[in-house]
Design a protein around this ligand. Structure first.
Ligand SMILES: *[C@@H]1O[C@H](CO)[C@@H](O)[C@H](O)[C@H]1NC(C)=O
Ligand SMILES: *[C@@H]1O[C@H](CO)[C@@H](O)[C@H](O)[C@H]1NC(C)=O
Ligand SMILES: *[C@@H]1O[C@H](CO)[C@@H](O)[C@H](O)[C@H]1NC(C)=O
Ligand SMILES: *[C@@H]1O[C@H](CO)[C@@H](O)[C@H](O)[C@H]1NC(C)=O
Ligand SMILES: *[C@@H]1O[C@H](CO)[C@@H](O)[C@H](O)[C@H]1NC(C)=O
Ligand SMILES: *[C@@H]1O[C@H](CO)[C@@H](O)[C@H](O)[C@H]1NC(C)=O
Length: 382
């Protein structure tokens, strides 16, 4: 028997040494909290380079952290950022405005723009913890940017950017996730804000966003693309099994007149809407909050739009104003190919039929020659 046992034991000890080696190589940094009035960012920022590979960066449960300055992550490889404590951005608007106006503002409060590979951004499954409180009274506090990264998974995150006083300040520019990299998976996230829940930017490829909830904002957006003649490249985006509540927009595409490039293979499916004014909104004539000069009428180049699907929408609304707007949305028919909306189930609170639907006859005759809206309304059921 012995001769057979030996190699077996040798194999066991070899495996154990690999496991031990892996365990030793992995590091954990627990972010510390100073006191109620101090900023916890600098101490974290100072050690980030040491924890940029094979590491866990932990915001502990039970701790209220002050993230008074934006965190700029270095290039990360095999890193897990666990947000299990409650995080707070500065509460007063003047402080945030000064940070945002400074030349070194990285653009988002959590910026993974240096790139990453195999990075997890993990929230908490305890509904009382793991919140990122962005204080929605801030004019600009985009939360997470993954632009330039690859292989990132963000899940169980709670982003809370509702204004403390809606009459005083509306939470514009409080975007939840900005997705700009490749192979990104966002799932089981909960975002309450006043702007895009998800915004998919230029360079985004192979993005999945699913099983999430968006409330109060501007929905699930692609863009804006093509500003100042940018050549956009966005491909393979799937947004599914998500609910959007109390929002201005739902599934939205926006590009600026004069842009170039291509946005292709983008699907929104199995989405539930509740009190959403524009469940589907496509515009190639975007004009951000009417600031700056109005984009020219669509006579110039534009980002091409191909293979776009809106599918299985359960839409519960006060009034369905427009499904695909022919009035607000400028669509350049020579740059659009194969857009389909199917199995859209609308229900108005009043019980009246929706005011304007995506009627392919109207749409084709007026504007969208290459817009194929298979009007396929199914009976809503609650
Ligand atoms: C990716 O990161 C996770 C931790 O989030 C780690 O367990 C895993 O080993 C990493 N994958 C590779 C291929 O290194
Ligand atoms: C964490 O923050 C959220 C949002 O502000 C809040 O609802 C929750 O009660 C906080 N958790 C604790 C334990 O204070
Ligand atoms: C859809 O999302 C809900 C809520 O997030 C989740 O419970 C369910 O498992 C998801 N379904 C699929 C098919 O992923
Ligand atoms: C479209 O995008 C989805 C999501 O990334 C992907 O799974 C699918 O393979 C893509 N389809 C094509 C034809 O590339
Ligand atoms: C318009 O698009 C064409 C073809 O892609 C390109 O050659 C041209 O440079 C673009 N014009 C502008 C003003 O971007
Ligand atoms: C679509 O619009 C055309 C032209 O106005 C109209 O004749 C038709 O009844 C409409 N179809 C639906 C399903 O509302």
């Amino acid at each position: 028997m012995l001769p057979f046992l030996r190699p077996h034991l040798w194999f066991l000890s070899f495996t154990a040494s690999i496991l031990l080696h892996t365990a030793l190589a992995w590091k954990t940094f627990t972010v510390s909290h100073l006191d109620d009035n101090s900023d916890d960012t600098p101490a974290l920022q100072a050690v980030l380079n040491e924890y940029s590979t094979d590491s866990t960066i932990l915001f502990e449960k039970g701790v209220y952290y002050n993230i008074f300055t934006p965190i700029r992550f270095p290039e990360l490889k095999n890193v897990e950022v666990r947000i299990e404590g409650n995080l707070s951005y500065p509460k007063d608007m003047a402080t945030v405005q000064a940070i945002v106006a400074s030349p070194d503002f990285p653009g988002h409060w959590f910026s993974f723009a240096a790139g990453g590979n195999n990075v997890s951004l993990v929230g908490s499954t305890d509904p009382e913890w793991g919140w990122v409180d962005a204080h929605g009274q801030q004019p600009i506090a985009w939360s997470f940017s993954t632009t330039g990264s690859k292989n990132i998974r963000a899940y169980n995150n709670w982003i809370y950017a509702i204004s403390d006083d809606m009459d005083q300040a509306f939470p514009f520019n409080t975007d939840g996730f900005s997705a700009g990299g490749t192979d990104l998976l966002f799932e089981d996230n909960n975002i309450q804000n006043g702007d895009d829940c998800l915004t998919v930017g230029n360079g985004a490829k192979n993005i999945i966003f699913r099983n999430s909830r968006c409330e109060g904002g501007h929905g699930l957006s692609i863009g804006s693309l093509g500003r100042n003649g940018q050549v956009a490249d966005v491909q393979n985006i799937l947004i599914e099994n998500t609910s959007v509540w109390d929002s201005l927009y739902g599934a939205r595409f926006k590009s600026w007149t004069g842009g170039n490039g291509l946005a292709q293979n983008i699907t929104w499916r199995n989405i539930r809407f509740k009190r959403v004014a524009f469940p589907i909104y496509v515009t190639q004539n975007y004009w951000d909050q009417n600031l700056g000069p109005k984009p020219d009428s669509p006579t110039q180049n534009n980002t091409r739009l191909e293979d776009i699907v809106f599918e299985n929408f359960f839409v519960h609304l006060i009034i369905l104003r427009v499904l695909v707007s022919a009035t607000h949305a400028g669509i350049m028919f020579q740059t659009v190919k194969n857009i389909v909306a199917r199995r859209i189930a609308p229900l108005t609170l009043s019980g009246d039929p929706p005011a304007v639907m995506c009627n392919s006859t109207i749409v084709r005759n007026i504007l969208f020659y290459t817009f194929f809206c298979e009007i396929d309304i199914v009976e809503p059921c609650l």
